[in-house]
Design a protein around this ligand. Structure first.
Ligand SMILES: Cc1cc2nc3c(=O)[nH]c(=O)nc-3n(C[C@H](O)[C@H](O)[C@H](O)COP(=O)(O)OP(=O)(O)OC[C@H]3O[C@@H](n4cnc5c(N)ncnc54)[C@H](O)[C@@H]3O)c2cc1C
Length: 405
């Protein structure tokens, strides 16, 4: 049970870190562990499984853009389907977004601006405003966006990690940390380190370096040992709807353009799975939803109150029935909504993916592995160089991400 590195959490983030670290240090003895029975079974499995390169912050675009470059090479292995995104704006929202959109390059960032007529060529949508629901005036159709299985991606990294000699331990739930001396009181000059971790069966694990990649559980795990991770969980829910006829939603079912759609009201978005007559709908709710590990059950009332009226307004022809629902947790890093990679003594935590961890996991894994190896800079999958300290808390240098869904 003695390792050079122990990574706690085999979600998409921990699995990516494990692979990139072992790949860079083949002789090191690395353990990846998780309380679940397989990789990616935490919030990675509960996501909407969408990816996009369309973000307001340059850092987000670097993290997602380079990761997507890597995922495109994996293709079917991770069920990658480049369906695109269609981001819809009211006239007022479009005017207010001009500063942010003006910084993007349609060619480089691979998007096109659609007017009402072009939107109507794709969607059977009601453009008119009514009550709380604004008009639909413009759209941004993003091509470097689509759908990907987060779980398949986590399992890809975990399998690649194992294939180069990494060790994996599932059904291992870390319950507590053993700190140096385990005193009830420490002096500021004491050399405090994490000497070990204890699982649910009382087994002890020793690592020279400990990496915590536990996503939404990070705060609850680290706060008791005096670490303010600055990562907070918040519940998010998704609803699967069976649709009677895909033609009630998309003009051409077999068109190359059958994108995920972000509607201009209430942060509601849909992901079409038209060959199965299903759409997945979610909503970016905020005030009223606590920043804590709350009741993990999805709430159908929430669907009927916050999502259904929006769908009814914009897609009046759509005949759909609620058939599936699930909930998970975003792990937020407030206030900038970008990931955190920070260390105290021999413990490093990586999280705060704020709802976009799958689409950024490759870059996060490379950057965290570089930090653990003491590197200042790392090349991402597309060759772009990234300064590792930019995601730290102490020397943070990122712009706030505004496009959180
Ligand atoms: C409803 C919803 C929709 C989303 N949609 C998208 C999307 O479309 N695209 C996107 O990119 N992202 C999306 N996300 C966010 C995405 O799911 C996360 O950013 C990503 O999964 C984070 O990965 P992770 O590895 O940090 O966390 P997780 O996948 O949660 O992994 C953490 C792991 O740590 C383990 N763990 C925790 N505590 C312990 C412990 N004490 N001992 C042992 N193991 C432990 C857990 O079992 C878990 O497997 C969505 C999230 C939700 C909830």
């Amino acid at each position: 049970m003695n390792f050079d590195y122990i990574i706690v959490g085999a979600g998409v983030v921990g699995s990516s870190i494990a692979y990139h670290l072992k790949n860079a240090m083949p002789d090191s003895n690395i353990l990846l562990l998780d309380r679940n029975h397989t990789a990616g079974a935490g919030n990675t499995a509960r996501s909407a499984a969408l990816y996009r390169n369309f973000f307001s912050s340059v850092t987000s675009r670097m993290l997602a853009g380079s990761s997507i470059t890597y995922y495109l090479g994996l293709g079917d292995k991770v069920q990658l389907d480049p369906i695109g995104y269609l981001w819809l704006f009211s006239e007022e929202q479009w005017a207010n977004s001009q500063k942010a959109i003006g910084q993007l390059d349609p060619k480089k960032d691979k998007f096109e601006v659609l007017d009402r007529a072009a939107i109507s060529d794709i969607l059977r949508i009601n453009h008119q405003a009514k009550g709380s629901f604004p008009d639909v005036d413009k759209g941004i159709y993003c091509r470097m966006c689509g759908s990907i299985s987060g779980m398949a991606l986590a399992q890809h990294y975990a399998a690649a990690f194992k294939s180069i000699g990494g060790k994996v331990s599932f059904d291992t739930d870390i319950k507590s940390f053993i700190l140096t001396g385990q005193n009830s009181s420490y002096a500021p000059w004491d050399d405090i380190r994490v000497n070990g971790m204890v699982d649910q069966k009382g087994n002890t694990y020793h690592g020279k370096q400990i990496v915590i990649a536990t996503g939404a559980w990070t705060h609850d795990l680290l706060a008791p040992i005096g670490i303010a991770s600055c990562i907070l969980p918040k519940k998010r829910q998704l609803f699967g709807l069976i649709i009677k006829d895909p033609a009630q939603l998309m003009v051409q079912k077999d068109s190359a353009k059958k994108p995920a759609v972000i509607l201009p009201a209430g942060g509601v978005y849909i992901k079409p799975i038209l060959d199965k007559n299903i759409i997945i709908a979610g909503c970016a709710d905020d005030l009223g939803q606590p920043f804590m590990m709350s009741n993990p059950e999805p709430d159908p009332l929430y669907f009927h109150h916050a999502i259904e009226p929006v769908l009814n307004h914009y897609f009046p022809e759509l005949d759909c029935t609620l058939s599936l629902k699930w909930a998970g947790y975003y792990d937020y890093h407030l206030p900038d909504m970008l990931p955190v990679i920070e260390s105290v003594a021999n413990l490093t935590w990586v999280g705060g993916t704020s709802g976009s961890g799958i689409m950024k996991a490759d870059a996060i894994g490379r950057i965290a592995a570089a930090r653990l190896r003491g590197k200042e800079e790392v090349a991402l999958a597309d060759g772009v160089k990234f300064k590792v300290s930019m995601l730290s808390l102490r020397d943070r240098s990122v712009e706030k991400e505004e496009l959180i869904i």
